[in-house]
Write a protein that binds this ligand. Sequence first.
Ligand code: ADP
Ligand code: MG
Length: 326
Amino acid sequence: MATVRRGLLERVASYRPSLRPTSSDDREAERSEDGGGGRESTDQAGNEGERAENGGDETHTRVEDERDKHPGVRDSTESPVPPVVSLEDVTFAYGDADAVRDVTLRIEPGEFLGLIGPNGSGKTTLLHLMLGLLEPDSGTVELFGQPVEAFDERGRIGYVSQQATNRGSTMPVTVREAVTMGRFAHAGFSRLTDRDREIVEEALETVEISGLADRRVNQLSGGQRQRTYIARALASEADLLALDEPTVGVDAESRDAFYRLLDSLNASGITIVLIEHDIGVVTDRAERIACINTELFHHGDTESFVESDALEKAYGATGRVVHHHH
Ligand code: ADP
Ligand code: MG
């Protein structure tokens, strides 16, 4: 079967028009155009600046497949593509009280999963367990089909942590430097190639921050900083983008643009896990929802979530939640 190494950015670039305001119908159209585009993969980088240290080997490729949004059902002649994330009976406690209990869920390639739950319900903890940043007390976690403890392709994950938009937490580097960090796992510690530099410029352009490339990250607005982190994940050619309340502190207009960007990235094949406190936003954007309050109350498509009582159950009878539809 053919293997492809078509650049992620190349694919994303074709969706760039969606960065401009679109109606939700347009978004649907965009999604349905997402016919194939084999996801190939590369190792890559890009956590918040704390670089992954793998040496950027380009040895693995994935089989091209006509992956649709629900790749679970496959032709028997195809080799199965493992879930991006697989949790089995995962439990974790910081002290005596469980923060996450008995959670079993899978995230398939190309999915856009919204992770919701009240404050303190274990969302960030669950994301950290998924990414191998915390080790479960019991249960198992796999990333891209490998046990998380053995997973050594950190670069396939772009992670934007909860506090990423805070000015104080950012390094005094320029936007271009921050995005270039996304290439280090490819380049190793040898010199960046012209191609690496080109990919950085393309990533800046994709999220429309080329004009800010020489500005320092700590001088940006929350929305601009968010785009910088996304550009770094793009430059790293991550397969999975994990975002923990990425728009806190970001103004409404930038926030809308940011979610359009996420849609276009997802349409290009990137798997997304998004923690978002605004349930209206997440049910508009995500095709699947995981709703937790220590335990998983719902995991499935957004429509069945909206129709279920999982929200009320997870948030409790007194919980006041934003739940609107546009
Ligand atoms: P969420 O992201 O949904 O707000 P968290 O995963 O941050 O929830 O927290 C889940 C629970 O674990 C909360 O009760 C929180 O107080 C507790 N918790 C989170 N981080 C720590 C920590 N580092 N040490 C002890 N308790 C923690
Ligand atoms: Mg949190």
